[in-house]
Design a protein around this ligand. Structure first.
Ligand SMILES: [Zn+2]
Length: 317
């Protein structure tokens, strides 16, 4: 397959063609000619990038906002109403996964149990960590030390990590170094944490984000996710990772290209997926938008002309 007349983030505005064979990008150039029988997609001058990766979404709760209202709007209001209304969700459409140390009375013990359990099962671990603004109640450093001491090798992701954003700079840096040493990826969830956290601090209200800068400075992979979608934990959201990328620009001060990476390249690394995008040898997980730049793509959040997964078009607009 040949995709013609597109720009890519590295083509400096010049139109190129991209050849895909099997599930890989095999050639990129200005003068590529379609082979006999090769299918061709005209990109109409659009921007071809790697496709997006959702690292953290509660699909089991999506669109419950009317069915299960959150009376107080905060985190415990959402959790309490979910528990009280559990009976309105059928077993068939509810699949609960993962651990949640921040809701455990003993987060350190929860870390130990969950790391051991994932080790026994041989599966990666993704924990809801520190989803609160109490700077004195964090279990992240302990999680990193446990991963290092046990040699856990299946991959660990710590999601939210809001408490880390509330701690002093030295603690942020020390924890970030430990997370980096342990190879733990972090997922920031600006949507839900902006909505839920900081309600009790009306002066100098915190953003409810993790310590994105110091994590990145220490070499930690920081991805961004959508988290909740129109449910008791977040009444809005369109389920588009470009929304999370936009919030990472506004609230974590990432540059547009860095924000895009947080929902594509870095997100792929965090979930253990192969490298993808419009570069030779990469997996052909691609998407085409009408934007002239990555910044414009995030700002507009417009439709994707097509989305391709492993060389196969799975969506057209
Ligand atoms: Zn979550």
């Amino acid at each position: 397959m040949l995709i013609t007349n597109v720009t890519t983030p590295s083509s400096n505005g010049a139109p190129v063609s991209v050849r895909i064979e099997g599930d890989l990008v095999t050639e990129i150039g200005a003068g590529l000619v379609a082979r006999n029988g090769e299918s061709v997609i005209d990109g109409n001058g659009g921007l071809l990038t790697e496709s997006l990766v959702e690292t953290h979404a509660h699909l089991d709760k999506a669109y419950l906002a009317e069915l299960i209202p959150n009376p107080t709007g905060d985190l415990m209001g959402a959790i309490t109403s979910m528990i009280a209304n559990r009976h309105v969700m059928t077993v068939e459409n509810t699949i609960e996964r993962g651990g949640c140390p921040h809701l455990d009375d003993d987060a350190v013990m929860a870390n130990a149990e969950l790391v051991n359990l994932a080790g026994d099962l041989g599966v990666p671990l993704d924990l809801h960590a520190d989803e609160h603004t109490d700077a004195h109640r964090t279990s992240l450093q302990n999680l990193a030390e446990r991963v290092i001491s046990t040699g856990f090798e299946h991959g660990v992701t710590a999601s939210h990590c809001v408490s880390l954003g509330m701690q002093d700079v030295d603690t942020q840096r020390a924890t970030a170094e430990k997370l980096s040493e342990a190879g733990i990826g972090v997922v920031a969830l600006p949507h839900t944490n902006l909505f839920l956290q900081g309600r009790d601090m009306q002066s100098a209200m915190p953003r409810g984000l993790t310590a994105v800068k110091h994590l990145r400075d220490a070499g930690v992979r920081v991805a961004a996710g959508s988290d909740n979608l129109q449910d008791p934990f977040n009444p809005i959201g369109r389920g588009d990772p470009l929304e999370a990328a936009g919030l990472m620009i506004l609230t974590a001060h990432l540059l547009p290209e860095e924000a895009f990476a947080s929902v594509s390249t870095v997100a792929r690394e965090v979930v253990g997926a192969r490298a993808a995008g419009p570069s030779v040898g990469a997996v052909a997980d691609l998407m085409l938008t009408a934007a002239a730049s990555v910044r414009e793509m995030i700002a507009v959040g417009g439709p994707r002309s097509f989305v391709m997964r492993r060389g196969v078009v799975v969506h057209r607009h």
